[in-house]
Design a protein around this ligand. Structure first.
Ligand SMILES: [Zn+2]
Length: 267
């Protein structure tokens, strides 16, 4: 499942592969990909020159020369890859860009989506409007204002209106790095601990982005949990040794989602 880092990797690829150019041919292979927009609208939008590709949280936003935009969300397994042809497994759309080849929206679970917005409409799109700051822009004041003392820090961080782009993997990894207990409540953390979290978030995401840069992003579910290639210290590593104290990594459910942690160093 994508988090901020995976979407950012796709964004950087698309800046190289697509920005400043238009697709010469567009094939929509699954009419369910465009949400709340007609299939023709999606095809038509992609025929314009892309002027900017940006990311907000886990959303990828492609702005076109006619002031329309297409917003992609990858959900569970979506990704955009570069291929020689759009005839690849799980392709839902493909568009050909000169000198790049085919860009293909590939999505095994078919939960990803694309939304087309005409000029100005994107400003009204609620998920983007309500989204909290990017991890690098979060301040202590912002966290204290938006996280009640009794709320679990984990559920607060997963709330996209508080911080954009943080997912379940990032929470396990950040908590391990900072030695926070998986169920810690916002009010139990000192300002110094909150500040450490604020500094660690962008550092963590930048490390994962650097590690993950490739033509095709690999979700941990695909790579196989705990594979040697995983950049994660605890996520997906239940039963393995904690890299810090060599105790055993455990997996429990916190706030309805799995948390991986070391009982000895995260009290
Ligand atoms: Zn440990």
């Amino acid at each position: 499942m994508p988090e901020l880092a995976e979407v950012e990797v796709v964004r950087r690829n698309l800046v190289d592969w697509w920005e400043g150019r238009a697709a010469s041919e567009v094939r929509l292979l699954d009419e369910d990909l465009p949400k709340e927009s007609a299939p023709e609208q999606f095809v038509d939008a992609l025929r314009h020159v892309v002027t900017e590709i940006r990311r907000r949280g886990k959303y990828l936003i492609c702005a076109f020369a006619d002031a329309s935009s297409v917003v992609f969300h990858f959900r569970m397994t979506g990704k955009i890859i570069r291929c020689a042809s759009p005839d690849v497994d799980y392709a839902r759309a493909g568009w050909r860009v000169d000198e790049t080849g085919w860009l293909v929206f590939k999505d095994q679970r078919r939960l990803g989506e694309a939304r087309v917005f005409e000029a100005g409409e994107i400003d009204e799109y609620a998920p983007l409007q309500r989204m909290g700051p990017e991890p690098e822009d979060v301040t202590l004041q912002h966290l204290r204002d938006h996280c009640s003392d009794r709320r679990m820090l984990k559920t607060a961080l997963l709330d996209q209106s508080i911080v954009a782009g943080v997912g379940n993997i990032a929470v396990s990894e950040l908590f391990w790095r900072l030695q926070f207990a998986p169920g810690v409540k916002c009010g139990e953390l000192t300002d110094e601990q909150m500040q450490a979290l604020i500094e660690e978030m962008p550092r963590y995401f930048n490390e994962i982005i650097d590690f993950s840069m490739a033509d095709e992003i690999r979700y941990i579910e695909e790579a196989g949990a705990a594979s040697e290639k995983s950049p994660f210290q605890v996520y997906g590593r239940e039963g393995e040794e904690c890299p810090r104290c060599f105790d055993t990594i455990e997996k429990i459910r916190v706030g309805g989602r799995s948390s991986y942690f070391c009982r000895r160093c995260q009290r």
